[in-house]
Design a protein around this ligand. Structure first.
Ligand code: GRF
Length: 225
């Protein structure tokens, strides 16, 4: 891990349009995120995230999954990542599940935490899986949101770093809710990563038996609040 005062190095994994990736590139370029984005790795050649990478001068590494078994693809992905040096592997719309053994390879023993971070479009543990905003609308909840979490072995689990609420309006459609949600994600992701990089933190364990661990920031004010 980098010393907290040094910029961290980040590798981003994305499969799609890349609006979160763009927000991270902008935050890094404007000094709001003390990080250097060393590479974009994608499993889908030519997606929007690749255009964003070119715009910001970030090298693109393509590791397509098409036609490969999960284990074969993960093997290639790990080989590609092993050639890079980074502190954080940041998922920004990476639309594939990892096996627990892949995630294990990025486990930091000292911190007892994964070095893989994800943003999910719901207030976890509500609405894991795909289409968080659509699920929120279908369930009729009044508040949706976004969660930044360290990646655990199961679907959308692992210690929560930061969450932000997005109100569901009576006249929302999936499109309008997603649009407001993404705007919140873009701010939240950069702020939560900044906190992980620059602030002291530890993993706090659930207050109740079987509870989900959470990232506990020590002292001072969080950027992501
Ligand atoms: C975002 O909603 C993110 O929370 C989820 O996938 C979506 C990616 O969107 N994991 P984009 O590619 O960053 O625009």
């Amino acid at each position: 891990m980098s010393h907290p005062t040094e910029p961290a190095s980040i590798v981003v994994l994305a499969s799609g349009r890349g609006s979160n990736f763009r927000a991270l590139c902008e935050a890094a370029a404007r000094g709001r995120l003390p990080a250097k984005i060393g590479a974009l790795v994608t499993n889908v050649c030519g997606v929007g995230a690749c255009d964003v990478a070119r715009e910001f001068g970030v090298p693109v590494i393509e590791v397509p999954h098409a036609g490969l078994k999960r284990a074969e693809h993960e093997h290639k992905l790990f080989d590609a990542l092993a050639r890079l040096k980074f502190d954080w592997l940041v998922l920004a719309g990476y639309m594939r599940l990892f096996t627990p053994s892949f995630i294990d390879r990025f486990y930091d023993q000292t911190r007892q935490a994964s070095r893989v971070v994800n943003i999910h479009p719901s207030l976890l543990p509500a609405f894991p899986g795909v289409d968080g905003y659509g699920q929120a609308l279908r369930y009729g909840v009044k508040y949706a949101g976004a969660t930044v979490h360290l990646v655990g072995a199961g679907l959308d689990d692992g210690p929560i770093v930061a969450q932000r609420v997005v109100e569901v309006r009576d006249d929302d459609t999936e499109e309008t809710l997603r649009e407001r949600g993404l705007a919140v994600e873009h701010e939240l992701y950069a702020a939560a990563l900044k906190d992980l990089i620059a602030r002291p933190w530890r993993i706090g364990h659930g207050k109740l038996e079987g509870g989900r661990p959470r990232v506990v920031f020590e002292g001072g004010k969080n950027e992501h609040d």
